[in-house]
Write a protein that binds this ligand. Sequence first.
Ligand SMILES: Cc1cc2nc3c(=O)[nH]c(=O)nc-3n(C[C@H](O)[C@H](O)[C@H](O)COP(=O)(O)O)c2cc1C
Length: 209
Amino acid sequence: MVNPAPCAWRRRKGGLILANSDKLDMLVICGSLRKGSYNAALARMLPKLAPGSMAFRPAPPFDDFPHYNFDIQNSTGFPAGVTAFADAIRSADAIIIVSPEYNWSIPGALKNAIDWVSRMKDQPFANKPVAVQSAAGGLLGGARMQYHLRQSLISVDVIWFGRPEVIVNFAAKKFDEKTLELTDQPTIDMVKAQLAAFEKFVRLICGKG
Ligand SMILES: Cc1cc2nc3c(=O)[nH]c(=O)nc-3n(C[C@H](O)[C@H](O)[C@H](O)COP(=O)(O)O)c2cc1C
C-alpha cells in the first residue's frame, strides 16, 4: 500500500476536495498493554470529548511483535501484525498516541512497534499529523516520554502537533477507582481543548475545510 500525502488520496479517488463536514479518521495508539490502564481509559474517553467531526478507531495490537531484528525482516519479511499496524497508520487521517512513561521514556512495546514501522518503504508515518497524550503516576505525568516520542517520530517524518498538551499526572487521582472513567474536570477540559485544536490542525494540513 503506497503512503499518500495526508488526504490527497481522497481527492484523487473522488475528484473532490472534501468539505468541512467530512469526518476525520483518527487512529488511536495506546502505549500501555495492561487491562486496567489509565491510558487506555483516557483513550476510551476521546469520542466523548472530541468534536463530532472526529471518528476514532483503535490501532491493531502490537504486543506480540517480536523484538525488532533485521535478520527476521531479512529472512521472513515483516510479520503480518506489523503490516496490519502499518496499514492502519497509512489509512488514517491522523494519529493520537496515548501512552504512559516508563523510566522517563517510551514504553518498550510501543518503541518496538515504531522501530518495526520505521523500516518500511513508503513510510507509514510520513506526513501524518500526530498528537500525544500521557497519563502517569508521577508528578511530570509522562512529559519526558512525550519528548522522547517526538524525537523518534520526527525521524520518520510525522507532522507533530505541539499545543495544547495533555499531560495527566498523578493519574490514580484523576480516574474513578472502579469504572476508570475520567472524572477530573481540569483534565477533561485539557483533553477537550487539545482535541478541538488538533481537529483544526489536521484539517489545515489535510486541506479538509
Ligand atoms: C516499568 C515501569 C516504569 C515506570 N516509569 C515511570 C516513569 O518514569 N514516570 C512515571 O510517572 N511513572 C512511571 N511508572 C508508573 C506508571 O506511570 C503507572 O504505572 C501508570 O499507571 C502506567 O500507565 P497505565 O496505567 O496506562 O498502564 C512506571 C511504571 C512501570 C511499570
